[in-house]
Ligand binder design. Structure first.
Ligand SMILES: N[C@@H](CCC(=O)N[C@@H](CS)C(=O)NCC(=O)O)C(=O)O
Length: 214
């Protein structure tokens, strides 16, 4: 086995993939990509011209997209935590929740945060407002469903929880929700206490100062 993960410790989509690797202690070579550095960026673009991480390399095989990385690990390098349940109904629910956290939480969070990096006069105020509205709606939905669940699809930890952990962690940074959404807050606490995410967060710690402020 020779797995390499191209990633950045601060990136939510990369933390999602790291959680899956750490859940099963899957050996891999970490390759941190610095998109601000022309050399590091250029090298990464040769591997995946789309330029988005995480990307997993398994020998000659390139596996982009966080959800596909996790399903690939589940199929090729299964461990004690299985990320997509064998039960078809639960598998669909897992993929639905995974898509939900990616598209309706991670993507709007990315919009809010990256807008802060734009030069003065080039901000997208309407886009940021729309992203905040979507994030607010999503947090309300998470709070409702986590009233009766331990993990995203019930009692078993899945790929959907890998997606949920960084989404909720960063959502709480850009739009603190602990006082209004207690069930979502309790779920975030469980995720942060999970050793796989606690480790990803600890490794991201030295980079937190790079997060653009509001
Ligand atoms: N759908 C992709 C999204 C990946 C993504 O957007 N990653 C961000 C970091 S969180 C990225 O690579 N941003 C760099 C850029 O857009 O230039 C996935 O699930 O892996």
């Amino acid at each position: 086995m020779s797995l390499t993960l191209y990633f950045h410790p601060l990136s939510s989509f990369c933390q999602k993939a790291l959680i899956a690797l750490y859940e099963n202690d899957t050996p891999f070579e970490p390759h941190v990509v610095d998109l601000m550095d022309a050399g590091s960026r250029g090298e990464f673009l040769k591997i995946w011209p789309i330029g988005k991480f995480p990307v997993l390399r398994d020998g000659d095989r390139i596996v982009p997209e966080s959800s596909v990385v996790i399903e690939y690990l589940d199929q090729r390098y299964p461990g004690r935590t299985r990320f997509v349940p064998a039960d078809p109904k639960l598998a669909l629910e897992t993929r639905t929740r995974d898509r939900f956290y990616d598209w309706y939480m991670n993507v709007p969070i990315g919009k809010i945060v990256t807008d802060r990096l734009r030069p003065p006069g080039h901000n997208d105020a309407q886009g940021v407002e729309d992203a905040k509205t979507l994030l607010r709606t999503s947090l309300g939905l998470v709070d409702q469903e986590m009233a009766i669940r331990t993990w995203a699809v019930g009692e078993v930890f899945t790929m959907a929880d890998c997606a949920a952990a960084p989404s909720l962690f960063y959502a709480n940074k850009v739009m603190p929700f602990e006082s209004i959404h207690p069930n979502a807050a309790a779920y975030l606490k469980r995720l942060m206490e999970r050793p796989s995410y606690a480790r990803a967060l600890k490794e991201a710690q030295p980079y937190f100062a790079m997060m653009p402020k509001a």
